[in-house]
Design a protein. Structure first.
Length: 65
């Protein structure tokens, strides 16, 4: 009787393990796609202008609108 129970549980565990691996693979692909989109968005951010090197305005604090 115990052998029958173990034999019945084994395919269920195998199927659950396969499902978990599949879900993990899909999650990884989704995270990779999101990372690529995030890198693309970050690359679109313009560089901040450099501080002025001469004069009385903008040589100590970089402020711009």
């Amino acid at each position: 009787m115990a052998a029958d129970a173990i034999a019945a549980v084994s395919p269920a565990l195998s199927q659950a393990q396969f499902g978990a691996r599949l879900e993990t693979a899909v999650l990884r692909k989704a995270m990779d796609a999101q990372a690529q989109v995030a890198l693309g968005l970050v690359s679109l951010i313009p560089q901040a202008p450099a501080l002025a090197t001469s004069g009385t305005l903008g040589t100590r604090v970089n402020t711009f609108a």
